[in-house]
Design a protein around this ligand. Structure first.
Ligand code: PMP
Length: 405
């Protein structure tokens, strides 16, 4: 009977957003939301996206027909080149397939679904502790066993690399290892290139299957190739792997749900035939899940990725976003250091991407909300995009006060 359905808990992040909206204090600050804001705390439509939108809408033949099941081909091929690199062996040897998804979330889900159906045995998916909260739910919903590997060191506020390696080494062979391609959410802490190389050796030895989640390419450093380095390195090493790719942050297309899922097979005589079969199965799964993906965001991103001048303008827009975030990291750190706030604050500028894991306790987070109307998730994560030249001093002073209490 329907009465037996229990109440589900509210999503913590969306609940936080609602509390912020309801707050009438004029100096309130939103450091919860994982979306870019400009220096006036407003959402930013990328100028290149506006331009692409005008071009698309000036076409009198534009219509609202369905896209193919696998999505807009110019978008998926552009997306593959973006993440793998145009000269990737996976592309020249035709051993990658790409399917348009409902943003990054849909790509993680489709990949999980594919693995749960076709991966031999019942592999456990290992993800970092902590990770993006949705990983847990997405894999649990499709009944995949889940486990975690240590990731964040509370003492250094950096990577717990030994803990990470030990857990991955102890995991049963052939496990699925979920890795954030860059700008780890929520910690802002990434392995160095040397550490990625060590991880590749370890995953190879254990015959683990890497599943990259890439939600911040270009947004982290402002350099698309640099942010894709780990993924490209693993491809070079001949791994068979999955990649979930989101265009929410790097194009500011959050609500348009533009994303892509890629499967790459290892090199081999049969790899092209294998990838064709994998593509056919992904298409079949997609048909029953969403039938076909949404068109608008894919048209915008597809147009930009396939046009040299628009692409260059996009890179410029990316540098504007990542540059503003990096300057806010510097500003927050230097204000805290000026104030002599107890503790060390180098991690604010060491960490990269949208988020910083401040190390503040839940009690301190709640106090900041109550006393200063500053909103952040309970784990002490702040969205750097919520800071601007108008509020960074206010935030630093409030943090200083709370940390001293
Ligand atoms: N993975 C990670 C690690 C993320 O941070 C996000 C965005 N919050 C996503 C995937 C996907 O988000 P979306 O579905 O909006 O693309």
């Amino acid at each position: 009977p329907a009465e037996a359905v229990p109440q589900a808990p509210e999503d913590p992040l969306f609940g936080l957003m609602a509390a912020y909206r309801a707050d009438t204090f004029d100096k309130k600050v939103d450091l919860g939301i994982g979306a870019y804001r400009d220096d006036t705390a407003k959402p930013w439509v990328l100028p290149v996206v506006k331009k692409a939108d005008n071009i698309i809408h000036s076409d009198p033949t534009l219509n609202h027909e369905y896209l193919p099941i696998a999505g807009l081909q110019s978008f998926t091929s552009g997306a593959a080149k973006l993440i793998l690199g145009a000269d990737s062996p996976a592309l020249t040897e035709k051993r990658a397939c790409s399917i348009q998804t409902i943003s990054g979330t849909g790509a993680v889900h489709l990949g999980g679904l594919f693995i749960s159906k076709f991966y031999p045995g019942t592999p456990t998916v290992y993800f970092s502790n902590p990770t993006w909260a949705n990983h847990n739910q997405i894999f649990s919903n499709i009944h995949m066993p889940i486990a975690t590997y240590p990731y964040f060191s509370k003492s250094t506020k950096g990577l717990d690399f030994d803990g990470m390696k030990n857990a991955i080494a102890d995991a049963p062979d052939h496990s699925v290892i979920l890795l954030h391609a860059c700008a780890h959410n929520p910690t802002g802490v990434d392995p160095t290139q040397d550490q990625w190389k060590e991880l590749a050796v370890l995953l190879k030895r254990k015959e683990h299957f890497p599943f990259f989640d890439c939600a911040y390419q270009g947004f982290a450093s402002g350099d698309l190739a640099k942010d894709a380095w780990a993924v490209r390195y693993f491809v070079e090493q001949g791994f068979e792997m999955c990649i979930a790719q989101s265009f929410a942050k790097n194009f500011g297309l959050y609500g348009e749900r533009a994303g892509c899922f890629h499967f790459v097979t290892g090199p081999g005589a049969d790899s092209q035939k294998t990838i064709e079969r994998i593509a056919s199965q992904l298409t079949l799964l997609q048909r029953s899940e969403i039938s076909n993906p949404p068109a608008y965001g894919a048209r915008i991103a597809g147009l930009v990725m396939n046009d040299e001048a628009l692409f260059a303008e996009w890179e410029d827009n990316l540098r504007t976003m990542s540059g503003r975030i990096i300057s806010m990291r510097k500003a927050l750190r230097s204000k805290l250091e000026e104030l002599g706030t107890p503790g060390t604050w180098n991690h604010i500028t060491d960490q990269i991407g949208m988020f910083s894991f401040t190390g503040m306790s839940e009690a301190q987070v709640l106090k900041l909300r109550d006393v200063a109307h500053i909103y952040m998730t309970k784990n002490g994560r702040i969205s750097m995009a919520g800071l601007n030249t108008g509020n960074v001093e206010y935030v630093a002073k409030a943090v200083d006060k709370v940390v001293r209490e």
